[in-house]
Design a protein around this ligand. Structure first.
Ligand code: AP5
Length: 218
């Protein structure tokens, strides 16, 4: 199964991708996570990406496309993948089609997650991420039993540098200008399924699984 998740910052892409990937036993490929790992390991890629990320801007296409091409060529992605945060521009979407054609693969479905704008801000400002296993938490919607300690692996939690109000506003603007046009691109290819991203995590997962089933049986 080859799935792309599209939606604004805070729509719940990472949360749902973790759950669906575990269920389908396919890798969850998040470009944001790969960039953040590189930033924390202070690699050359991380240094190139950091300035763009902290400003809430997109990392240039050529850097991002090359990184994803390498990731999708790895053996674990042959069984399928769920892409979270990629593609984000029309250039990236076209390059993804090209990469998949080279690998003799196709996308099965693009899930657009449609949230409520005010809810996005609440979700992003309360988000915490486990520094050990990467599990995504929320201080109100999905709190840990012990403050700032992951229930699943016991590591500490951190807040993302780009989850500050000004950067959140910029990321939302960038989404509208550069990523939303992808919805039309994938609708024209007959790959788009839209799900309501408002509601509890479980409710959204049910809608996502239903949309994936319908796409597979179409
Ligand atoms: P990236 O990491 O991809 O961030 P994003 O797209 O802005 O999305 P987020 O991770 O903020 O939100 P999400 O939708 O995954 O929400 P989550 O599940 O965490 O990208 C970061 C940066 O990297 C970019 O700005 C850019 O600079 C760069 N980058 C990445 N990809 C790139 C690309 N392709 N090209 C160029 N640059 C790129 O949920 C948020 C919170 O809400 C969590 O706390 C969660 O617990 C909570 N929550 C989730 N669902 C629910 C629910 N149903 N109810 C209540 N709370 C919920």
């Amino acid at each position: 199964m080859h799935v792309v998740l599209v939606g604004p910052p805070g729509a719940g892409k990472g949360t749902q991708a973790q759950l669906i990937a575990a269920r389908l036993q396919i890798p969850h490929v998040s470009t944001g996570d790969i960039f953040r790992e590189n930033v924390s390991e202070m690699t050359e890629l991380g240094q190139q990406a950091k300035t763009f990320m902290n400003a809430g801007d997109l990392v240039p296409d050529e850097i991002t496309v090359a990184m994803v091409r390498d990731r999708l060529a790895k053996p674990d992605a042959h069984a399928g993948f769920i892409l979270d945060g990629f593609p984000r521009t029309l250039v990236q979407a076209e390059q993804l089609q090209k990469t998949l054609a080279e690998l003799d693969e196709n996308l099965d479905v693009v899930l657009e997650m449609k949230p409520d704008d005010e809810e996005l801000i609440r979700r992003l400002s309360g988000r915490r991420t486990c520094q050990g296993c990467g599990r995504i938490w929320h201080v109100v919607y999905d709190p840990t039993l012990v403050e700032n300690r992951c229930d699943e692996c016991g590591s500490g939690l951190s807040q993302r540098d780009d989850d500050q109000p000004e950067t959140i506003r910029r990321r939302l603007q960038v989404y509208r200008e550069q990523t939303e046009p992808l919805v039309g691109f994938y609708a024209d290819l007959g790959l788009l399924a839209v799900i309501d991203a408002v509601g509890t995590v479980d409710q959204v997962t049910l809608r996502a699984v239903q949309a994936l089933r319908e796409a597979l049986s179409a």
